[in-house]
Design a protein around this ligand. Structure first.
Ligand code: NDP
Length: 480
């Protein structure tokens, strides 16, 4: 079985503990590789390497850093098939999705920030007759990046690219559940000659290796994407150390569908926004609110389309729903389906595990599930399930739907479907979330601010927001 290694100071090395964790293929439910069970000592070594590399890396010209990041981007692109297969194997997502979304996006995250940094600028504030303030933005030093399992390389590079582009050295940890493509990235880093210590990739458990990153006194900023409970723990730990924190957390996103929408466009997009990546995208809409006059029309058409989605092994190009990421996660999602029934919900589609033929008979498959008949404030409609489960709920007025849409602790993303422009603006403005898509979903411009409000996070990623996060501003005043 392949043994992944940590990437520290430009070299591959085993964990200090010499202990490994099994990495499971969710499509078959069997281990296929081993990953380092790293801890405090590994993070300490990585941080020392990053500190030593910082003066050289931050001292390079923008063009030099940009060129190296472009090579990293190209290095992934050149090994596209291998990255695509690894992402699907690790995560259970359809190969077609990894090829269309995950890996191309990792390529563009790196090339985007490699060039964005060339255009980054800082502010100046002139005071007439008094003098001028100008702001410098210098890299912070050593920063930590911790990412989740749902979009493994996509979110890993979304953090390390702006961190590196702005001159920081990085200690990063992918999810222990999906480490493979981050490991392949470390191979690319060696191939393209990324200077030693600039990027260090530590594998292992969140509670051990991740926690060691959060606690290390020389890691001055932490960019984290993951669950809200983990985010709260990180904030509690890193807050008293005055670390800069960016927290991208959970969601329970509403889709608000008005009767005057373009029905076919809305329907096709709502199938995707509900079940893409088995519903394991933080931006998936899991609570679908439909204006009552089209409720039955929507329900029948949606159930019909979703029931035809093929649940299958991820490498089959016909597959629309692959495996969910782990046995634990599958059991969590199934327990929420049970809870929904206990709360009075009616299952309109799915609602159960799917058993495939050998060799996929031990894989973690769930039929895409649609539930109706629940109140907007029950647990099923309040807690993040993060799987292929959505609820339907009718509404009669804008006021009512806004109340229901805004009634969770989360506030990451929302969709609004209407052809009434004034209403689109009005509703989008009143939804409590960091992102609203009107008549679309998951259209991403990497320059825009990305992140949530309330328990969905603190801070924003993307474009200049990310470059601002990974730099420390200093204002200098000069008297006229
Ligand atoms: P977790 O919070 O469990 O883990 C996220 C990362 O943090 C993993 O690398 C994990 O390691 C690590 N980690 C876990 N515990 C600690 C700790 N105590 N200290 C430091 N690091 C730790 O989230 P999931 O991986 O389960 O991801 C799913 C969640 O991510 C969902 O809630 C989803 O909404 C959210 N998410 C948010 C996004 C956003 O942009 N707002 C985007 C994508 C997902 P390990 O896995 O090895 O335990």
């Amino acid at each position: 079985m392949k043994k992944l290694q940590n990437y520290i100071n430009g070299k591959f090395q085993p964990p200090v503990s010499d202990e490994y964790i099994e990495n499971i293929d969710p499509s078959r439910g069997v281990p296929f590789s081993l990953i380092p069970d790293s801890g405090i000592e590994d993070v300490a070594q990585a941080t020392e390497a990053a500190k030593a590399a910082f003066p050289v890396w931050s001292g390079m010209s923008l063009n030099e850093r940009s060129e190296i990041l472009m090579k990293l981007s190209k290095g992934i692109e050149d090994r596209m098939d291998e990255f695509v297969a690894a992402e699907s194997l690790d995560n259970g997502k359809p190969v077609s999705l990894a090829r269309q979304v995950d890996i191309p996006r990792a390529v563009s995250n790196l090339s985007f920030f490699a060039t964005a940094v060339l255009h980054f600028a800082s502010e100046s504030h002139y005071m007439e007759g008094v003098g001028i303030n100008y702001t410098t933005r210098k890299p912070i030093g050593v920063v930590g990046c911790i990412s989740p399992w749902n979009l493994p390389l996509y979110l890993f590079t979304w953090k390390i690219a702006p961190a590196l582009a702005s001159g920081n050295c990085v200690v990063a940890k992918p999810s222990e559940i999906t480490p493979y493509t981050a490991y392949l990235l470390s191979e690319v880093a060696v191939e393209v000659g990324l200077p030693a210590g600039v990027l260090n990739i530590i594998h292992g458990l969140g509670s051990k290796a991740g926690d060691a990153i959060v606690r290390h006194p020389d890691i001055k900023a932490v960019s984290f994407t993951g669950g809200t409970a983990t985010g709260a723990y990180i904030a509690k730990t890193a807050g008293p150390m005055f670390k800069k924190l960016s927290l991208e957390l959970g969601g329970k996103n509403p889709n608000v569908i008005f009767a005057d929408c373009d029905f076919e466009d809305m329907l096709a997009t709502t199938v995707r926004s509900s079940f893409a990546n088995q519903g394991q995208i933080c931006l998936c809409g899991s609570r679908i609110f439909i204006e009552r006059s089209i409720y039955d029309q929507f329900k029948n058409a949606f159930v019909e389309k979703v029931s035809r989605m093929k649940v299958g092994n991820p490498s089959d190009i016909e597959t629309r729903q692959g495996a969910v990421v782990s046995k634990d996660h599958m059991e969590k999602v199934l327990s929420y389906i049970k809870l929904a029934q206990e709360e009075g919900g009616t299952i309109l589609a799915g609602g159960h595990q799917v058993k495939l033929d050998e060799p996929y008979d031990n894989g973690f498959y769930i039929a895409p599930t649609i539930i109706e008949g629940l109140s907007y404030d029950c647990r099923t409609n309040q807690e993040e399930i993060f799987g292929p489960v959505v609820t339907l709920c009718p509404f009669d007025s804008e006021q009512e739907v806004l109340k229901m849409a805004n009634a969770t602790q989360y506030g990451l993303a929302a969709t609004v479907w209407t052809s009434n422009l004034k209403r689109a603006h009005r509703v989008a403005n009143q939804i409590h979330s960091g992102i609203v898509w009107v008549n679309s979903w998951l259209v991403r411009d990497l320059r825009t601010p990305f992140g949530g409000v309330k328990a969905s996070g603190v801070g924003r990623e993307g474009g200049w927001e990310a470059l601002k996060f990974f730099t420390e501003p200093k204002n200098i005043f000069i008297k006229e």
